[in-house]
Ligand binder design. Structure first.
Ligand SMILES: Cc1ncc(COP(=O)(O)O)c(C=O)c1O
Length: 417
């Protein structure tokens, strides 16, 4: 490798034109499904047509009794919290390291998000969860970060011992599993996002999964109304009189988004199978390079590879700052390499440091500050995210990205001098 670093005018290691990665894969099947839906109807008031087909398919895929589609993952999370009866003064333990919507519905409900640190994988650390339980704790919400399922056995032991609800934000982890059991089926209820780059995508949208009839009825009443609620909540139920209005909010998914998601779901396992093969290649190629740690995937765990996180180790590259390492890789043409921004420890967001200008009635909110979640903050600071391709035709890009990493790590002294 003779060329100087591209940052200093050398030839970039990657010359393939952008974009190097797009998601979801939009095949002619997806396009046909959207066109067919356009003709079948673009507003669906009840559980019929593509809504029923997709909810049935989600139930079958996850082996759960109820799936309710929503307009977004944020809406799904909001409905889960409401449906579980979480309200003013209730404490919910949530990961410090997650996308903020895992926790923000709690601010609207008068509940208190109690942040807990992550472990070396970036997922919620059960040991830290235990330390945060108080007499006011009612639930633990866990995110399967970047598609790696969290330690659900241990979390379930903890929540069972303390009689707490266990909830999942499985937005990154559609199709991921632990010994064959799918992410989103370990707790009392789970929320998923179907937003653009998610492993299962409808462009926009979300859904809730639960086996619990009462949670299901409440999810319906929270974001749906009239026909859906009247048809699906038994006339004998105490809440049946509210079925015309529900709680007055509307969180329905667009039928065209449902058509996209249904078409994607039929290919999800095939796509993830492809991703797993390519993730193995990337991990084998980068493992052992100085300056980065490529995490292991535990036995029995199937990752969805929403992102492949490389943990940067500056001490192995003469203290080279992560920003400089990242800039050098970008200059080499690693266009899809990312340092996640909005998905970051929640204590770094103004919303969690000083919520009252936006939530004036929430003087009871704990205020968070930088430095409180050292593991989450270090994980985030040093996280470099690669996409994981699913097609064999993309394998040359893996080779090109590997060459870029090898070049920069072998010439790191040029960056530190
Ligand atoms: C972990 C997680 N939860 C929730 C959401 C919110 O989903 P949506 O954008 O569909 O509202 C996201 C979106 O990026 C996410 O990454």
């Amino acid at each position: 490798m003779t060329s100087p670093l591209a940052l200093f005018g050398g030839t970039p290691a990657i010359t393939a034109p952008a974009p190097h990665f797009t998601w979801p894969p939009l095949t002619s099947d997806t396009a046909d499904a959207v066109l067919a839906q356009l003709q079948a109807g673009i507003s669906i008031y009840d559980r019929s047509g593509v809504i029923a087909e997709l909810e049935d398919a989600l139930c079958g895929y996850h082996r759960v009794r109820h799936a309710v589609l929503t307009s977004s993952g944020t809406a799904a999370l909001h409905s889960v919290y409401v449906a579980c009866g979480i309200g003013p003064g209730d404490e919910v333990i949530v990961p410090a390291y997650t996308f903020y919507a895992t926790a923000t519905p709690l601010l609207h409900l008068g509940a208190i998000p109690v942040l807990a640190d992550c472990d070396d994988t970036g997922n919620l650390d059960p040991a830290d969860v235990k330390l945060r339980i108080t007499a006011r704790t009612v639930a633990v919400m866990v995110t399967h970060m970047w598609g790696l399922p969290a330690d659900m056995d241990t979390l379930r032991e903890i929540t069972a011992a303390h009689d707490l609800l266990l909830l999942e934000d499985a937005s990154h982890a559609a199709g991921a599993s632990i010994t064959g059991r799918k992410a989103g089926t370990f707790g009392d209820a789970a929320a998923f996002s179907l937003n653009g780059p998610k492993p299962l995508s409808g462009g926009e949208g979300g859904f809730v999964l639960t086996d619990d009839d009462e949670i299901f009825y409440q999810v319906l009443l929270h974001g749906h109304y009239n026909k859906r609620c009247r048809n699906e909540i038994p006339a004998s139920h105490d809440l049946y009189p509210y079925t015309v209005t529900g709680m007055g909010l509307k969180f329905r998914i667009h039928p065209l988004a449902a058509a996209v998601a249904l078409s994607q779901l039929t290919c999800l396992d095939e796509y993830l199978q492809g991703r797993r093969g390519i993730a193995t290649r990337i991990r084998e190629a980068l493992n052992g390079l100085p300056g980065i740690i490529v995490s292991d995937v535990p036995d029995g765990v199937a990752h969805s590879w929403y992102g492949l996180i490389l943990r940067y180790q500056p001490d192995q590259l003469g203290g080279l700052p992560v920003e400089r390492f990242y800039d050098a890789l970008k200059a080499e043409g690693c266009l899809e390499l990312d340092r996640p921004g909005s998905t970051c420890p929640l204590n770094l967001h103004p919303l969690f440091q000083a919520p009252t200008p936006l939530f004036p009635h929430r003087a009871d909110m704990p205020t968070y500050a930088p430095g409180q979640f050292p593991k989450a903050e270090a994980f985030h600071r040093n996280a470099l995210k690669l996409p994981v391709w699913h097609r064999e035709v993309d394998i040359p890009l893996v080779g090109a990205y590997t060459r870029a990493f090898t070049k920069v790590t072998s010439r790191y002294r040029d960056l530190t001098g």
